[in-house]
Design a protein around this ligand. Structure first.
Ligand code: PLP
Length: 374
């Protein structure tokens, strides 16, 4: 990885040691260039070049599919993570006292869509995070019973950075006939994820974190053979096969995941995503994961030497791009603010400091953070 060249792509690196990708990832020049070109085109030519936009949308769809090892027909663009999870929650057929198994540390995007099914008497079972920042697979397994319809977990938990054992959960789902849903936002773009190999039914992720894309453009993966499990609750002119035959009123849904794209798309956001995906695929997700984990290992070493307590599990298989740590002797909110005044950007979650470096970050930036920590 040519880190000098990569850093030139990210203007944020000029001013900040930006270590908060789990909150909002910065845009690259590649992404902004595509977006600017689109804005300029629309300003100068209106919709004259729309055919080219459609081509680029499909190019981006193919790249999103490549990142996940999916087929482009299994990808829909959404407005965010919450929307994709809601497609599943609202689209499945529920019976009284069916239940959904999630964890007790999910971001609300993967909680409220299930709570919203209260009027259908759907129950939620929470697998609890333990004191070591882990949610052992066995805890999830124990909650599954004959009324479990869905297991829905984050690829990576947003406070601790714990990487769920997706493969074991998927195997369990297969064995018990349960639908497997993944909130992918805290890993996609930083860690390898092969939805085919794992056996995920549905995955949803917005672009604004590790995918280094604008807010409001999300990716929804619907496994081909799971698509028909969902009734499409939000439809519009673009949901159907012959969408440009406007007055035909032939309400036949498209045969693939694009049936979830009910109307005009966030083309500007898609152009940003196109730039980011291009960059991520060029560098290679395997190389990116190795670099992200190496940076977090370096950070954890330094933190331990300074006497900080690491909450994130560092076991092989559990690690991600998020490191969560604390100290009983420090006011962490003021530590975070002091770091910010030095141009070192980290965040606070659940009473701990959360640091989340991406591939464009360096050991030097981690060392700078360590030097400025009290
Ligand atoms: C695990 C997780 N899911 C989802 C989101 C965001 O949801 P949405 O894309 O709907 O804004 C976040 C953070 O903002 C998150 O950490």
């Amino acid at each position: 990885m040519d880190i000098k060249k990569i850093r030139k792509e990210f203007p944020v690196t000029k001013k900040y040691a930006y270590l908060d990708n789990a909150c909002i990832g910065p845009l690259s020049y590649r992404a902004t260039a595509y977006m600017n070109k689109f804005v300029d085109d629309m300003a100068r030519c209106g919709g004259i070049n729309e055919d080219r936009w459609v081509e680029d949308v499909n190019k981006t769809r193919a790249m999103a599919a490549r990142l996940l090892n999916a087929d482009p027909s299994e990808i829909a663009f959404t407005k965010n993570t919450s929307e994709g999870i809601s497609f599943v929650a609202n689209g499945l057929g529920w019976s009284i006292s069916d239940n959904v198994v999630i964890t007790d540390v999910e971001f609300p995007a993967n909680v409220y869509p299930w709570m919203n099914l209260k009027d259908r008497w759907v129950q939620i079972k929470f697998a609890a995070e333990d004191d070591a920042g882990r949610i052992p697979f066995e805890k999830i397994e124990k909650l599954v019973d004959d009324k479990t319809k869905v297991i829905s977990v984050s690829f990576v938990e947003f406070t601790s950075g714990f990487r769920n054992d997706l493969k074991s959960i998927a195997n369990l789902c297969k064995k018990r006939g349960v639908v497997f849903v993944v909130d992918g936002i805290q890993g996609l773009g930083a860690l390898e994820l092969d939805v085919k190999k794992i056996g995920v039914d549905f995955l949803s992720a917005d672009g604004h974190k590790w995918l280094l894309s604008p807010e409001g453009i999300g990716i929804f993966y619907a496994r081909d053979r799971s698509l028909e499990k969902l009734t499409v609750r939000e439809v519009g002119w673009a949901s159907v096969v012959d969408k440009e035959n406007y007055l035909d009123y032939n309400f036949t849904l498209r045969p693939d995941a694009s049936r979830f794209e009910c109307g005009s798309l966030n083309t500007l956001g898609i152009y940003g995503l196109m730039g980011s995906l291009e960059l991520i695929l060029e560098i290679g997700i395997k190389e990116i994961e190795e670099r992200v984990l190496d940076l977090t290992d370096h950070l954890v070493n330094g933190l331990e030497n300074k006497g900080y307590k690491i909450f994130s599990s560092r076991r092989k298989g559990d690690r991600s791009g998020i490191v969560s740590f604390y100290s009983e002797h420090q006011d962490l909110a003021s530590v975070r603010n002091t770091l910010k005044s030095w141009g070192i950007i980290v965040n606070l979650r659940d009473g701990r400091i959360r640091v989340s470096p991406h591939f464009y970050n360096t050991h030097e930036e981690i060392d700078r953070l360590l030097r400025h920590l009290p």
